[in-house]
Ligand binder design. Structure first.
Ligand code: PMP
Length: 389
């Protein structure tokens, strides 16, 4: 059976147009942007153009506010540690939502080990940040508050403009991890009051190995990777020209095609949700309406997510369960626990993230595979049998 790939949150193919655009930077255009001769200056120019394209996607003030990194994990680390450490005189408190990616939570835990106070804001059963609790947790000593634009596991989109107002009334800087949302829904850093924003190249059909941090002009952050002083001294290391120029091009394409593509995927997504919820004891996770247009996430009682994933793979359909990062431990996802699921409920999750290769014609095959998989696993499950008795 032909492959139906439904796990775009974990990896995407590079857009062939992006590949063609960036290919010369692997071969002919090999100059180092720090070199003063012509090949170097051309490379520098290409990086500045990529910065401009990224600034344009998120309506940043200018290209200078974009710092290139190696990906979303590094960007989140730079945003959180770089800002908290540079502004330590203003306070030693950081705040994050309970459903942040581990690359946000772990840098905050590191700060906590080094004497910072780290507070976690809870979310409701749909994954929406509790705004009153956020307000209560913030103090004038809170330098960094990190709330994601949308969650990668449950698709919920957070009310960033409202959150920004609350953060700026008491605390200082709002960092937003937009890895899952960028290129899917419009983002406007100025209008929404975002101080620091994380972007990832591969999550927009760009090459792996590039990410970007938007830093609002005037905000001071410090490097977490000292060296030759590239990227305004904030991220040293010779630039990854292929990944950076590719990310710029991918961003430009995403901006141009986002509206049409998101509308197309939302139609497939809505039908998929309708059909899958017809299965007994199947539930949607995340917000039913305020969710990413390409995102459908579920839980099924009495069966295990890992078994769902492996069974679906036998139909050559790739889905995810919980977060890719927690697979190694087999612990239930911290996101599903944060929305109030019990351990055994959180284990039966399936996450579908649609992308450009998905078509409405695939719907019946996907739905049939999910139904057969759930039925087969429940036939084997002692818990499901017990329920029948
Ligand atoms: N933040 C979010 C919301 C993510 O989904 C991911 C994983 N795709 C990351 C950060 C980390 O991305 P990466 O592993 O590419 O650094």
């Amino acid at each position: 059976m032909k492959r139906i790939y439904l796990d775009h949150a974990s990896s995407m193919p590079i857009d062939p147009r992006v590949f063609e655009f960036a290919k010369p930077y692997l071969t002919k255009e090999f100059g180092n942007p720090s070199s003063l001769y012509s090949v170097g200056l051309e490379a520098k120019q290409a990086i500045e153009e990529a910065r401009g394209k990224i600034a344009n996607l998120i309506n940043a003030e200018n290209g200078k506010s974009i710092i290139f990194t190696s990906g979303a994990t590094e960007t989140n680390n730079l945003a959180i540690r770089g800002t908290a450490l540079r502004n330590i005189r203003d306070g030693k408190e950081v705040v994050a939502s309970a459903i942040e990616h581990i690359s946000v939570l772990n840098p905050m835990k590191e700060l906590q080990k080094n004497g910072f106070t780290f507070n976690i804001v809870p979310v409701d059963s749909n994954g929406m940040v509790d705004l009153d609790k956020l307000d209560n947790l913030l103090t004038k000593n809170t330098t960094v508050t990190s709330i994601m634009y949308a969650n990668n596991e449950i698709g919920t989109i957070e009310p960033i403009s409202e959150i920004s107002k609350i953060v700026h009334e008491k605390g200082r800087y709002l960092h937003v991890d937009a890895t899952a949302a960028a290129g899917r829904v419009p983002i406007d850093v100025q209008d929404e009051g975002i101080d620091l924003l994380t972007l990832s190249s591969n999550d927009m059909y760009g090459p792996r190995g590039a990410g970007a941090l938007y830093v609002k002009p005037g905000i001071k952050i410090q490097s977490i990777l000292p060296g030759g002083g590239q990227e305004r001294g904030l991220r040293s290391g010779t630039e990854n020209m292929f990944a950076i120029t590719g990310m710029g091009e991918a961003t430009q394409i995403a901006k141009k095609e986002m509206k049409e593509e998101s509308t197309r995927l939302k139609k497939i997504r809505d039908k998929l949700i309708d059909e899958i919820l017809k299965i007994d004891d199947a539930y949607l996770t995340g917000h039913p309406a305020k969710r990413l247009p390409h995102h459908a996430s579920f839980r099924f009682s009495h069966i295990e997510g890992e078994s769902i994933l492996l069974n679906m793979d036998m139909y050559n359909i790739q889905v995810a369960t919980g977060s890719a990062c927690s697979h190694k431990t087999l612990e239930p996802s911290h996101v599903l626990l944060a929305i109030g699921l019990k351990h055994e409920e959180a284990h039966g999750s399936m996450v579908i993230t649609l992308g450009r290769s998905n078509k409405m014609e695939q719907l019946s095959m996907i739905v049939k595979a999910v139904k057969d998989t759930v039925q087969r696993l429940r036939n084997l499950s002692p818990l499901a049998k017990e329920k029948e008795r």
